[in-house]
Design a protein around this ligand. Structure first.
Ligand SMILES: Nc1ncnc2c1ncn2[C@@H]1O[C@H](COP(=O)(O)OP(=O)(O)OP(=O)(O)O)[C@@H](O)[C@H]1O
Ligand SMILES: [Mg+2]
Length: 294
């Protein structure tokens, strides 16, 4: 991730984004997009185009090869900026704030969004998906055999994960307590901030009540056909009034052959945490049957 994505974003001009978009489009067909194709797309004259390409290269936003021909690639840095540009243009985002954390498969930032009717600004979360990152490296190592087919697999994986997560949030919200989804573009999701703090980092005074609320959410999601699939104390936020379950891209449909197994694992993780930290005992099988409405 860029050190200061916000000031980088602010310093870019429309022609920078045109060049990014030209390369993004070209990457559907080329691993390294020939400079002629970028030029055709952007319609910038060659000296302007060269200036912008050089400038983006200096900023670490482009990758370049010169042999056997001059060609360009974007990676997550550029892709993130393209997504931000789209989100800002359609008023889903007005400012980018601090980085909140780096997960296994995402980078999460705070942001702000103008509310409709000039009602001030709403703090939001920006989740930059990173799913293709490791497989991209593996693909790179094996590339000789793949004949360039997978050169945009990281874009595909990260974009698909963001789309999946955004869609499932829409499906679950508001009946299930998940962050309100706001918008998504490419690999980035904008959503409301979960209230309170991570369950793993919080000492709650009434653990029974919180455990019941979490299991209620698991049951409500199941009733809508969804199993979280990565539930733990790290993906639950708790406040005085409620719990919120975050981090849904790996969810499973209840019809999935492994849904039962993952539901049980989700419940087991939660019960194990409450047992370890608060000494609460619940019967796993009974709880799983309960949340699955059986
Ligand atoms: N809506 C939200 N409100 C508040 N904080 C959030 C929200 N979404 C994500 N975060 C913060 O960002 C962290 C990473 O987000 P998330 O768990 O969705 O991604 P992840 O990459 O799957 O992370 P991990 O691999 O650590 O589970 C969370 O643990 C949480 O601290
Ligand atoms: Mg998480």
């Amino acid at each position: 991730m860029l050190d200061d994505i916000s000031s980088m974003f602010m310093s870019l001009e429309p022609r920078h984004f045109r060049v990014f978009t030209g390369i993004e489009v070209g990457m559907k067909f080329h691993e390294w997009v020939p400079v002629d194709e970028v030029s055709k797309y952007t319609k910038l004259d060659i000296s302007q185009l060269n200036y912008v390409l050089k400038d983006l290269g200096h900023r670490g936003l482009l990758r370049r090869q010169t042999v056997p021909y001059e060609g360009y690639q974007i990676y997550f840095e550029g892709y993130d900026l393209l997504a931000l540009n789209a989100l800002v243009k359609r008023d889903s985002l007005s400012a980018i704030g601090d980085e909140l954390g780096v997960g296994k498969e995402s980078v999460v930032y705070e942001g702000l969004r103008d509310m409709v009717g000039g009602l001030g600004q709403q703090p939001v979360i920006l989740k930059f998906h990173r799913e293709g990152r490791t497989s991209f490296k593996q693909v790179k190592r094996k590339r000789e055999h793949l004949d360039g087919v997978h050169h945009f697999s990281w874009i595909y994986a990260a974009r698909l994960a963001a789309k999946r997560e955004f869609e499932v949030l829409n499906r679950l919200y508001p009946e299930v307590s998940v962050p309100e989804p706001v918008d998504h573009n490419r690999n980035v999701i904008v959503m409301a901030i979960a209230e309170g703090s991570e369950l793993s980092k919080t000492k709650v005074l009434d653990p029974e009540w919180y455990l019941d609320r979490i299991l209620e959410q698991v049951g409500a999601a199941y009733a809508k056909g969804v199993v979280h699939g990565d539930l733990s104390e790290y993906n639950v936020f708790v406040s005085d009034e409620k719990v919120t379950v975050i981090d849904w891209p790996q969810y499973l449909e209840v019809e999935h052959e492994k849904a039962g197994e993952f539901l049980e694992r989700d419940v087991r993780n939660v019960l194990a945490f409450f047992k370890r930290k608060y000494g609460l005992e619940r019967d796993l099988e009974g709880v799983v049957r309960g949340v699955a409405g059986k």
